[in-house]
Design a binder for this molecule. Structure first.
Ligand code: DAT
Ligand code: MG
Length: 373
């Protein structure tokens, strides 16, 4: 990599003081992870070239929100032809669905996604209605198997994921394998439909089949928002997989551990919090926990994955399963807890969980009701 190689993006930042969105040219130098910014409107330098170790090359994809010195900057577009050409081809998108028969393997599937070099740009668990499934699969409406397909796809929640990576459409389809689970098993035990599928109709996973389908299917799940999220707000508590753990590719392992421990994941969504949201969500810790400013900083540093976790007495039992807030302490006294296993320090401690019983439904609602609207 050339020392002065640089990539250019258009970034947007909502300035709460001025109540307006400002546009910046964001230059990224991979050689030393430094960043330089120009205000597009005033044509003035906004940030001179500065090292920003927390930002990685992979964070720069369109639609992602990254944190540059406490500002949540949304990457809106490539900023020059060189960047579009050289990065664009590594950032193809596809729409994946974890179907009802594979929801119990959510964690393993998400791990497989990361292990194959994909980024999950957006994700949501939804329940589809009969009409929504008929519309989504309208190309098959005259087929003999259509009623079975509709019945299956409405039989439980599904998780839609926008995957970003090189040659995403073809690569994801070859990872899942042939439509029929039996044929997938014949072709290779590693294929995801072979691992998680049931039969010819119940085949665990979906992948878009062309660039046109990607457009249509992404806007189905993430544009007009077909499908209601599955949050139920009772017997539940809130778990936020923090940005550092998401960026480290740990989300699949964490979800897997939660499921194995007997909890149900009743809703899931990706969120990129800005400073206002992060402060609001963590308000109860303000002036109480001296790490509060750092907790805010971590929570807004990138995308997080939010889970609604369901169990009897969910808040207390799940908090216990997360372990002490400080992973060092957790590793000594509660070595099997989530923070012991996946935390790095008191702030980057892998997960946030609701600390007070009376806040559990409020925290779940904060994401799945307030931010979803
Ligand atoms: P794919 O999901 O591999 O793109 P498709 O678009 O042909 O396959 O069909 C959509 C879904 O319909 C498929 O995932 C499972 C179901 N299906 C397809 N062919 C079927 C068949 N011959 N019998 C039963 N179900 C079928
Ligand atoms: Mg298809």
């Amino acid at each position: 990599m050339a020392v002065d190689e640089r990539f250019c993006f258009m970034g947007e930042w909502y300035d709460p003081q001025a109540s307006m969105t400002r546009t910046y040219q964001v230059l990224f130098y991979p050689a030393d992870s430094s960043i330089e910014m120009y205000d597009v409107k005033t044509r003035r330098a906004f940030l001179k070239r500065t090292k920003c170790e927390t930002i990685k090359f992979n964070d720069f994809f369109i639609g992602n929100t990254i944190n540059i010195f406490s500002r949540s900057i949304k990457i809106a577009d490539f900023g020059d032809a060189f960047t579009a050409r050289s990065i664009g081809k590594n950032q193809e998108r596809t729409l994946a669905i974890i179907k009802p028969d594979a929801i119990r393997s959510l964690g393993d599937i998400i791990s497989a996604v990361y292990e194959n070099g994909f980024t999950i740009a957006r994700m949501r668990m939804v329940k589809l209605s009969q009409n929504e499934v008929m519309y989504f699969y309208s190309e098959h409406k005259t087929k003999e198997f259509f009623p079975r397909l509709c019945e299956f796809m409405t039989s439980g929640p599904v998780v839609a994921m926008e995957l970003v990576g090189s040659d995403a459409v073809n690569r994801w389809r070859s990872m899942i394998g042939p439509t029929d689970t039996q044929r997938a098993r014949e072709q290779g035990a590693h294929l995801l439909r072979a691992r998680f599928g049931t039969d010819g109709t119940k085949n665990a996973l979906h992948g878009s089949d062309s660039a046109e389908s990607v457009q249509r299917e992404l806007s189905f799940f993430f544009g007009s928002k077909y499908g209601v999220n599955t949050a139920c707000y009772n017997d539940t508590t809130c778990c936020v997989i923090k940005p550092h753990a998401v960026a480290e590719g740990r989300a699949g392992h964490i979800i897997n551990a939660i499921l194995i421990a007997g909890f149900q994941v009743s809703a899931i969504g990706t969120y990129s919090l800005d400073k206002v949201n992060a402060e609001e969500f963590l308000e109860v810790y303000k002036g109480v926990v001296h790490e509060y400013p750092k907790m805010v900083e971590e929570l807004m540093s990138g995308a997080c994955i939010v889970l609604e976790v369901r169990a009897q007495n969910a808040q207390a039992v799940f908090r216990d399963f997360c372990g002490p807030a400080d992973p060092e302490i957790a590793r000594h006294i509660r070595p099997r807890t989530l923070r012991a296993l996946y935390g790095k320090d008191k702030v980057k401690n892998a997960v946030h969980c609701t600390d007070l019983a009376e806040d559990a439904s409020l925290e779940v609602e904060y994401f799945f009701r307030i931010l979803d609207h």
